[in-house]
Design a protein around this ligand. Structure first.
Ligand SMILES: [Zn+2]
Length: 501
């Protein structure tokens, strides 16, 4: 942490691509990025004279949904405007966007940065069409218009972020919200969530905003954090030297060199000559329409995290892992629900499902978090699978957890069962029986094995008795081998210690 002489002031502008079927103002497919260049185009998105845009109702509905999810006020009236600028990626010479009446205003998002709750105010969410994609070759540039006209939601924050780490956590939460809503995959690597970040520093206690730099086109969470951290340090040194940033400029991020570099100096504010789009009627939203959309919002990440913590007793760290993806959260809840009924059926358990969960909350929550959040994830990541591809039904997974709970299997046998379940989707008790993985709960059989290991490993036994503590681990290993992995290593260790003392 640098000294606290200067405060960092960061604001973000984010473009989220809406995953509608068709483009914003024409019937062209919205999946053009995976298709050959210039194949998902028509006279409308190519800006031919005499064509008229037609509103994509789905994009409007999703824009409103996103605006409400990030706590924006949706006004009764909204409209589209033309934003004029000249660039080869813009066939019409203007972009249809929203200027003074965006669909959403004055929102906020609350999210966790490490273990602290942070709130960031949002200036607005407006809808607009994307521009074409330019590909720069050696001596010329190519234009792919497949992206021209793709619907975007642009979200602008107030300058409430105070560190690069906060900026990254904010973006991750925003992506999570968009995914929960199902309006966008918001994948940064694919350019479905694009971020420009502006940053300035000021002496602590000074409320003034100083000249900022804008870092353009950051395409991963990591690069957002890294570029801001680089720029924060660069500006701090300038302040220390008595020559703080004095003009507005845009900077790029060089991933190889891990440096920002100046792209262009902004001398005055751009004049886009905005005026209302004459070919589209203004949007009007009745209260009942806005309220109906609000009512249909799904449970959002922040609410889900809170509920998972309260209802299941999961730790904040485990909750973060299990709710990051909506499908994983759903799977986890199904497993827990099934697990409760498995536990109810156990002889030693008393009371209702809820009583049982309450009594054993801490242990059960840890069991679920370990086997889903750690072990299952590890396997899914290794095989590049998502939870949707997982062959284990929630019922089988909860039965599997019950076997561990009842100590029917030790942890290495549990790993084998999990792997087999992932491969075949078979139920765990079947695998247990078929592979003969049941834990040896016959104390006498274990006794016999241990006695044998002691007599056949005299040298090691002598070493242990002579004070070489570690030697006992070798004996445990021999017991595990002799029992074909079915002994409980902890029990074996306990018995060995007793016998050799
Ligand atoms: Zn089109």
């Amino acid at each position: 942490m640098q000294n606290k002489k200067y405060e960092t002031v960061i604001g973000l502008e984010i473009h989220v691509r809406l995953d509608t079927k068709s483009k914003m103002f024409c019937a062209c497919s919205n999946s053009g990025e995976d298709l050959p260049p210039n194949t998902t185009v028509c006279p409308i998105c190519m800006g031919h004279p005499g064509t008229l845009p037609a509103m994509n109702e789905q994009a409007i509905a999703w824009g409103m949904k996103a605006a409400l999810a990030i706590n924006c006020t949706v006004a009764h009236e909204s409209k589209f405007d033309r934003k004029h600028y000249f660039y080869p990626d813009l066939p019409k010479g203007y972009q249809i966007s929203q200027y003074d009446q965006p669909i959403g205003q004055n929102g906020w998002i609350e999210f966790m940065v490490e273990s602290e709750l942070k709130k960031v105010r949002l200036n607005r969410l407006h809808l607009e069409e994307d521009a074409a994609k330019l590909m720069h070759e050696k001596n010329h540039s190519l234009v792919d218009f497949n992206r021209a006209g793709v619907p975007l939601a642009e979200i602008v924050t107030e300058v409430d972020l105070r560190s690069p780490k906060e900026a990254k956590a904010f973006l991750q939460e925003l992506r999570r919200i968009m995914r929960y809503l199902g309006v966008s995959e918001a994948d940064m690597e694919k350019g479905h969530l694009r971020c420009d970040a502006n940053i300035s520093l000021r002496p602590v206690g000074d409320a003034k905003l100083y000249a900022k730099t804008e870092i353009k086109n950051l395409n991963s969470f990591r690069s957002v954090e890294k570029a801001l951290a680089y720029e924060e340090e660069r500006q701090r040194i300038l302040w220390e030297e008595g020559t703080p940033v004095s003009y507005l400029s845009t900077r790029g991020w060089n991933e190889q060199e891990q440096k920002t570099y100046e792209q262009r100096i902004k001398e005055d504010a751009n004049d886009y000559r905005y005026f209302p789009e004459p070919d589209l009627p203004p949007l009007e939203f009745k209260d009942r329409v806005i309220e109906a959309v609000r009512d249909q919002l799904p449970e959002l990440p922040a609410a889900k995290r809170k509920r998972f913590q309260e209802q299941y007793g999961l730790s904040p760290a485990d909750v973060a892992v299990l709710t990051d993806d909506k499908e994983v959260a759903h799977y986890t809840e199904q497993v827990i629900s099934e697990l409760k009924s498995w536990l109810m059926d156990l002889e030693e358990m008393e009371g209702t499902e809820e009583d049982i969960w309450r009594t054993h909350k801490k242990k059960l929550a840890k069991l679920v978090a370990n086997w889903i959040g750690t072990e299952l994830f590890k396997h899914l990541n290794e095989h590049k699978l998502s939870i949707k591809d997982c062959k284990i039904t929630p019922e089988n997974f909860s039965e599997f957890l019950t076997l561990i709970w009842k100590k029917k299997v030790n942890s290495s046998a549990a790993q084998t069962i999990l792997e087999t379940m992932l491969g075949t989707g078979a139920d765990p008790s079947h695998i247990l029986e078929e592979k003969d993985l049941g834990q040896m709960d016959d104390a006498r059989a274990l006794d016999v094995i241990i006695a044998k290991i002691i007599t056949t490993n005299e040298k090691v036994v002598a070493e242990y008795r002579g004070g070489k503590e570690n030697a006992i681990q070798f004996l445990v290993g021999m017991v595990m081998k002799e029992s074909k992995g079915k002994a409980n290593p902890e029990t074996a260790l306990e018995i060995l210690r007793k016998k050799l003392s």
